[in-house]
Design a protein around this ligand. Structure first.
Ligand code: 13P
Ligand code: SF4
Length: 307
């Protein structure tokens, strides 16, 4: 903390001067999540905060698709990302041209895209979803369109997990989160054997056989709320490493078993990077206005749902 303190002080000072707000995803390290983030949360919560903030500048302590979402929702604000290399294996797995081909192959079938996609992919879709509302969004759009099928992109595992919870036929893509796809059902069985009574919470980007072994599946904030509300004696969060660090700080009586996978993209965001970003006002995230207008429709449709 001694090393972090000067950066934290400088960021909080400069943030005020710039009229900036820092939106921090749950996978940020605790010194970012707790000490400089103005709002912390899952993808849906961060998008909602971006949509309602009065700040002139948004610093996205997260990955590039999150910064694009903020820019799409706030075209007149300056949106900064501390490191342009903070990508996402899901967002990188599919292009707008791929979506157009799928729409040609399945005419009339509504398209739901996970927020972990580029602005150009969102622009091709009917509505976006996040891990906290995927089932409800799919059911909503299919009911609205009178469709018994949906094109759900690009996460094959989230798609299969959604399919298991509805009667809707789900057409998907071969994308995967490089962090969550590495967990196996065998990992969970070994954890249970080594830690009898442990409560297992898993992110829905994990493969279906992993979720089948878990006690609860939910978004990053869903898992955090579960721990807060249930105060399990022993818990394991099957997700990115920083989650346990952040949730543990808020739940001192809970013991965390900690196998985890690091997201190399999220970990590109550091205190030093955030300070540099505010000092130099870089890297500014821009989205082509025509693409942004179409993508905004899909994101705003999701935000407007009463979920
Ligand atoms: P949520 O925070 O919406 O659960 O998403 C997890 C994730 O992988 C974001 O990159
Ligand atoms: Fe993408 Fe997975 Fe990293 Fe989230 S954790 S940014 S989904 S690679």
């Amino acid at each position: 903390w001694k090393l972090h303190a000067p950066y934290i002080a400088a960021i909080n000072e400069l943030k005020k001067k710039r009229g900036a707000v820092i939106l921090a995803h749950n996978y940020m390290t605790p010194e970012i999540f707790r000490c400089v983030g103005d709002f912390a949360g899952d993808s849906l919560q961060l998008a909602k905060e971006a949509a309602k903030t009065d700040a002139k500048v948004i610093v996205q302590a997260g990955v590039h698709f999150m910064a694009e979402t903020s820019k799409i929702l706030c075209p007149d604000k300056t949106v900064l990302i501390p490191d342009l290399r903070a990508g996402c294996s899901l967002a990188a797995s599919i292009t707008a041209a791929d979506v157009r081909l799928l729409k040609q192959k399945y005419p009339g079938v509504p398209v739901v895209t996970y927020v972990n996609t580029s602005a150009a992919v969102k622009a091709e879709s009917d509505i976006c979803c996040t891990s906290s509302n995927a089932v409800e969004v799919v059911e909503h759009i299919c009911a609205e369109r009178g469709s018994d099928a949906v094109i759900f992109l690009p996460d094959q595992y989230l798609a299969r997990n959604v399919a298991a919870m509805t009667d809707i036929r789900v057409i998907t893509w071969a994308g995967a989160c490089e962090v969550h796809e590495r967990f196996t059902a065998e990992d969970i069985r070994e954890i249970r054997e080594a830690h009898p009574g442990v409560v297992v919470l898993a992110h829905p980007e994990c493969p279906p056989d992993v979720l089948a072994e878990a006690d609860f599946a939910g978004s990053t904030s869903g898992m955090s709320d579960y721990v807060k509300e249930n105060q399990p004696k022993n818990v394991v969060l099957i997700t990115e490493c920083s989650m346990s660090d952040n949730v543990a700080l808020e739940n001192p009586d809970v013991t965390f078993v900690r196998p985890c996978n690091l997201c190399p993209h999220m970990k590109r965001i550091t205190l030093q990077g955030i300070l540099r970003s505010l000092e130099t006002m870089t890297h500014e995230v821009t989205v082509d206005p025509e693409v942004a207008a179409r993508a905004r429709r899909a994101i705003e449709r999701m935000i407007a749902l009463p979920l």
